[in-house]
Design a protein around this ligand. Structure first.
Ligand SMILES: Cc1ncc(COP(=O)(O)O)c(C=O)c1O
Length: 372
């Protein structure tokens, strides 16, 4: 049999899937990375209408419909305080494809990408698929990423660094000062700052800032998606925005790998982004209530947990054997080392489930902690 590329052999299937396979079918699943709310009705309706009108039978423009890209530009002005020319947006198959485009277009073989450790699993895998070298950056005690640690790790081989706030798997939110520093570092060292903002809307304490607000050159690339903000993970609709030059290079990858994002999803996303936003506010309040229940419960169990200020994950420090003991009691959580070597000694708990289920899971975690 013909062999495989060394790039693909350098990547393994996410450890998250292994955990799911180890758990029984009726286990409580606190391993999931998606909101448990329905997609807003007006977003669903927009896709249905577009299908019935025959508007989505063909390809859209490679970058996505003009109306969607205008809605994205308006959203950035409304929520993020920076302006985007709609022609400098590519609608993608989720934030995942946007990350892929950015890394493919900016990383040469052997070049380094600095990634948070623990960090979202795709950063390492996508860097390896581009033949780049991931360089893990250890996080602060509060699980935020220190700009000074990023700056110290930059070498002449560094192509990019990834900032993720609010973060998966930690729920940590970077401060305004950190984001200003990331922008300055990217500008001064002439490296790309890949800012993954897919959890941007889900912030409980403080506020979300984007490095793109502060950059003075075109060093920041922003990745975002409707997936988490509007509970649209299944629709596969994200986007990337950057300078004209960067977008044109990323478009080279996108047009051959994807042609265009799914047309019905583009209509749904346009409606989600430009329609009423109270659905997001309600979802965020529910997440905040659940976070507080979870944090109180973990504290009662005796697990120290840096307070997550956003997303829907908590990352307590756990004793050896804890994750296995919890999974044996039919609660799925993800071992911290799945997200990088520095994740060891932690577990990621997703609270994208109702309060009653979280309370039941906490009882089982309590029993598991006594026996871990
Ligand atoms: C930090 C982060 N970035 C990007 C993504 C990709 O999201 P999407 O479902 O839009 O591809 C995820 C998904 O879990 C994520 O956690």
């Amino acid at each position: 049999m013909a062999g495989f590329s060394s790039r693909v052999e350098a990547v393994s299937i996410s450890g998250i899937r292994e955990v799911f396979e180890a758990a029984s079918e009726d286990a409580i699943n606190l391993g999931l990375g998606q909101p448990d709310f329905p997609t807003p009705e007006h977003a669903r309706a927009a896709a249905i209408n577009a299908i019935e009108d025959g508007a989505v039978d063909g390809y859209t423009s490679n970058k996505g419909t003009k109306a969607l890209r205008e809605a994205i530009a308006t959203k950035h002005e409304r929520d993020n305080g920076f302006t985007v020319d709609p022609s400098n947006v590519i609608a993608t198959a989720g934030g995942s494809e946007a990350l892929h485009l950015a890394i493919e277009a900016h990383v040469d073989p052997g070049e380094e990408v600095l990634i948070p450790d623990p960090g979202f699993v795709s950063y390492e895998a996508l860097t390896r698929l581009a033949d780049g070298t991931p360089q893990p950056i250890e996080l602060r005690d509060d699980l935020t990423m220190d700009p000074a640690a990023v700056e110290a790790a930059i070498t002449e081989d560094t192509a990019a660094f990834v900032v993720c706030s609010p973060a998966n798997p930690t729920g940590a939110v970077q401060s305004k000062a950190d984001m200003e520093a990331f922008a300055r570092i990217a500008d001064e060292h002439d490296v790309v700052c890949l800012s993954d903002e897919v959890y941007e809307r889900i912030v409980f304490d403080g506020a979300h800032y984007s490095p793109a607000q502060f950059a003075e050159t075109d060093s920041v690339i922003v990745i975002n998606a409707c997936s988490k903000a509007y509970s649209m993970t299944g629709w596969r609709l994200g986007w990337v925005t950057a300078s004209h030059e960067r977008i044109e290079q990323m478009l080279c990858v996108h047009q051959y790998a994807q042609a265009c994002a799914s047309a019905p999803a583009q209509y749904a996303a346009q409606a989600a982004l430009s329609g009423p936003q109270d659905v997001v506010t309600e979802m965020v309040s529910a997440f905040e209530r659940r976070r507080d229940v979870l944090l109180d419960g973990l504290e009662a169990i005796g697990l120290e947990t840096p307070t997550p200020s956003g997303a829907f994950y908590a990352m307590p420090r756990v004793p050896d054997g804890w994750t296995d003991a919890v999974i044996e009691r039919d609660v799925v959580v993800v071992p911290g080392e799945t997200f990088g070597a520095n994740g060891a000694g932690h577990a990621r708990i997703s609270y994208a489930t109702d309060v009653e289920t979280i309370k039941e899971a906490l009882e089982r975690m309590g029993r598991a902690t006594q026996h871990a």
